[in-house]
Write a new protein. Structure first.
Length: 812
């Protein structure tokens, strides 16, 4: 019966679209239907039917399928038949799965799962109060997603058993922002949210919150349709009555905040410019400016696109006339803020100031040729003006005619910063122009030489265990590795990214992953894909992260057939070395017990070898811990790499950063091939090996860190200096006196982390009160961290007067 219904769906699809037409959607639909026919188990088939149903639903609704701007008429031609037959096929599988079976059947989630009893990289669940399924069960698979309204209606749910997953669906309209909010009510609840536009497809967005009890995902819908929310427990081994949470979805109808600090900028005798501060709200997409001449006469309204465009020139005005100007912010949902009040009076006069401003380019250094492998660069520095009326800075790459602006300048002295200025291969002439409000200017020019064609290859592997525990941390780490290597001169064609689900590492809207994670794909990547890309002088870098078991890398789980061993990896590398003559192989492995891939047992069980640099985040018998969003070792290691440091220096720095946690995590490095980490013997080869010497990047720096305690309450503060990119996140880990390192194999250190918020009016200053954070008697350890929007970290520090240290201070 399954085959009959699926064949009917496939036939209907074939009638609607010819499989030979080359149309992406028809090919995808027919392939998915064929996958149902080829399935050997209900669980396997159900994932494909969910995907088929999502595709066919979009046909029936008349959704623009291939984003070409042409929408089919709902029910047109065979569209309704496609939908109905796919629905009949999809409906059959949930019914069939309820039939009794003498053996355990894996849960039919869109990702690979297993009921294997093989050990995993997380401790056995210890939830004390089991809970029965909530009223929305069984909602463990996408096809069973329960509907939620978009008016803020609350649904209360529970992760009632280990690895429980909840699915929710909602209908969205194009050009509308939706706020998905999860409140973790239970003491053990820590939900992670994933958003999909089709079952079994890649996630469109995801969010977790390592810093509190609420997870908020703001998402901008660009198409009408049904969307799906998947909710998982951050640590799936925590479940039961204390993991209850509440979810709501709300269409955004809240107006954005009114623009701040509007000011008139005299331009000439018939023109007047207006300038204001950029809105800090994520979904602001532009501004509306209205002007009215006092006493009557000309008036008008202008719509200004882009949240960053906070300067506008009004032309053909009446000389000496005064105009009242109002500004409003516009968000993605077209909500309008209230106008600036009172109205800003601007009188049209030619500027009298003829004092030219000055500029000092500090990043990169002016007057020299700066070399970088990055595709984009940040230009920053100091502007000064004796006329006390600085206005804006323009940075233009004269080589490719790409530019950016900073409209935030005021007064007599101000820092400027323009990020993401695109670079062409070869020499780039970068012109920096500073304007004051009288339109006086000064220019500086910098030459940036971009090196292209790094040579070599990179393989990035994200693994998983059966319950996808801490999977967001794994993806955050592997995505950052992709960005770092790309910035280091490796193109997308030079990077092979393997993961359990599609990942958009560089946030350009296109997945950067090349294959779904399987042991066979890893072998193929090393022995076949890399073969044409590496050789003498063309290195191979491998970065891999999973949960980790002794002598096992968990690829699609930790059971039989789902892992690779040191001998597997060593054999594939030896094949590549023999076939290509490559002499520079570097493997960085982030996982618990990852040192077991170095530690040799007899003549086997190690990937160590001459000409290989093997770096692991911990030893053969120790855990490696996840940080707030990534992993402590990898956070520090890659942040060092982007400073163009050598691999030995970055290993040493990452080892020191791990030491700051105070736990027994012991990173290994072996570059002499003896299968042993010996600090006195290892490091010489790694010291002469780099990703590139020309990153042209600068890390953020924590300049000061402070902790004030009053009774059981505390206030944590820090001052952070931005590097190449703006600071995105500042937080502190608070180790209580009763902290005890986990004894099981786990990434989860289970230490409270507190996010520091920006202090209004004090750029670079972050602070947060921490009520009831210091209730225990004894010594607390506090470590401060900072991260930019590319995931690059500052060196961690402890409370003090700004001395950059790795070992945290110990405070009573």
């Amino acid at each position: 019966h399954m085959a009959e219904r699926s064949a009917a769906a496939q036939s209907a699809i074939g009638n609607f679209w010819s499989s030979g037409s080359g149309d992406t959607w028809s090919t995808e639909l027919i392939t998915t239907a064929q996958s149902i026919l080829n399935a050997t188990t209900v669980a396997e088939a159900q994932g494909f039917t969910a995907q088929l149903l999502g595709f066919s639903s979009r046909i029936a609704l008349g959704t623009d399928l291939d984003d070409d701007g042409i929408e089919p008429i709902p029910g047109e031609g065979g569209a309704l038949t496609v939908y109905e037959t796919a629905q009949e096929a999809a409906d059959y599988f949930p019914e069939a799965q309820l039939e009794p079976t003498p053996t355990s059947t894996p849960s039919a989630t869109p990702t690979a799962t297993s009921t294997s009893t093989a050990p995993t990289a997380t401790p056995t669940a210890t939830s004390g109060s089991p809970a029965t399924g909530d009223s929305f069960e069984d909602d463990d698979v996408c096809v069973n997603a329960r509907t939620i309204a978009t008016n803020g209606t609350l649904q209360t749910r529970t992760f009632h058993d280990e690895g429980d997953t909840d699915w929710v669906r909602f209908d969205a309209e194009a050009n509308q922002t939706y706020v998905i909010k999860i409140e973790n009510l239970g003491a053990d609840s820590d939900a992670v949210v994933f958003l999909y536009d089709v079952c079994n497809g890649p996630a469109d967005d995801q969010q977790d919150n390592a810093f509190g009890t609420t997870v908020t995902l703001e998402w901008d819908a660009t198409k009408n349709g049904t969307y799906f929310i998947e909710l998982r427990q951050f640590d799936p081994t925590q479940f039961g009555a204390d993991t209850n949470y509440r979810i709501s979805v709300t269409a955004d109808q809240t107006p954005p905040a009114t623009p701040k600090n509007p000011r008139c900028v005299a331009f000439d005798a018939t023109s007047q410019a207006v300038q204001w501060d950029r809105s800090p709200e994520r979904d602001v997409v532009g501004y509306r400016l209205s002007y009215t001449r006092r006493g009557g006469g000309d008036s008008g309204v202008r719509t200004i696109e882009g949240a960053d465009t906070t300067f506008y020139k009004l032309e053909n005005l009446t000389t000496n006339a005064t105009y009242d100007v109002e500004l409003r912010a516009i968000d993605f949902s077209e909500n309008l803020s209230s106008p600036t009040a009172p109205a800003l009076p601007c009188t049209v006069v030619a500027p009298a100031d003829d004092t030219k401003p000055s500029a000092t380019v500090q990043q990169p250094t002016a007057g020299t040729v700066f070399t970088s492998t990055a595709e984009m660069i940040t230009v920053g520095g100091l502007a000064q003006d004796n006329g006390n009326n600085l206005s804006r800075v323009n940075v233009r790459n004269l080589t490719n005619n790409q530019e950016g602006w900073d409209f935030s300048l005021t007064g007599s002295s101000a820092q400027f910063r323009v990020e993401d200025v695109p670079l062409a291969a070869g020499a780039n002439q970068i012109r920096v122009t500073v304007f004051d409000e009288a339109n006086n200017t000064t220019e500086q020019t910098v030459t940036v030489n971009r090196l292209a064609g790094q040579g070599g290859a990179v393989i990035i592997i994200a693994g998983q265990n059966e319950t996808l525990a801490l999977q967001t941390n794994i993806y955050n780490s592997t995505n950052r590795a992709y960005r770092v290597f790309e910035s280091g001169g490796f193109s997308d064609d030079d990077i092979y990214y393997i993961a359990p689900a599609a990942q958009d590492a560089d946030n350009d809207g296109t997945p950067d992953t090349d294959a779904l994670a399987t042991p066979a794909e890893i072998e193929e990547a090393i022995t076949v894909w890399a073969k044409s890309r590496v050789g003498p002088g063309k290195p191979l870098f491998i970065y891999m992260m999973d949960h980790g078991l002794e002598n096992k890398f968990c690829v699609t789980g930790c059971g039989a057939g789902k892992v690779i061993t040191p001998d597997d990896l060593d054999g594939w590398l030896r094949t590549l070395e023999t076939d290509t003559g490559v002499t520079e192989v570097t493997v960085i492995y982030e996982a618990c017990l990852s040192g077991s891939f170095i530690q040799r047992e007899g003549a086997t069980g190690s990937i160590s070898k001459l000409n290989r640099v093997i770096i692991t985040s911990t030893g053969a018998d120790n855990n490696a811990y996840a940080s707030a969003q990534g992993a402590y070792f990898s956070d520090a290691f890659f942040s060092c790499v982007v400073d163009s440091n050598n691999l030995n220096a970055c290993f040493t720095e990452a080892k020191s950063a791990v030491l700051a946690t105070g736990v027994n995590q012991t990173p290994f490095l072996d570059d002499n091939g003896d299968g042993v980490y010996d600090p006195a013997q290892d490091g010489a080869v790694a010291q002469n090996r780099v990703v590139t010497r020309f990153f042209g990047s600068v890390r953020p720096v924590i300049k000061t860190a402070n902790l004030q305690i009053d009774g059981v309450n505390g206030t944590l503060s820090a001052t952070v200096e931005a590097g190449e990119r703006a600071v995105d996140l500042v937080w502190a880990a608070v180790f209580a006196p009763n902290f005890s390192e986990p004894t099981d194999v786990t990434l989860n250190l289970k230490v409270p982390v507190v996010r520091l918020e920006p202090v209004a009016g004090e750029p670079g200053r972050f602070s947060i009160p921490y009520p009831n954070g210091f209730t225990q008697q004894g010594n607390y350890r506090v470590v401060f961290y900072a991260q930019d929007r590319q995931g690059i970290n500052a060196a961690p520090v402890g409370p003090g007067t700004g001395l950059s240290i790795y070992l945290p201070a110990i405070l009573r």
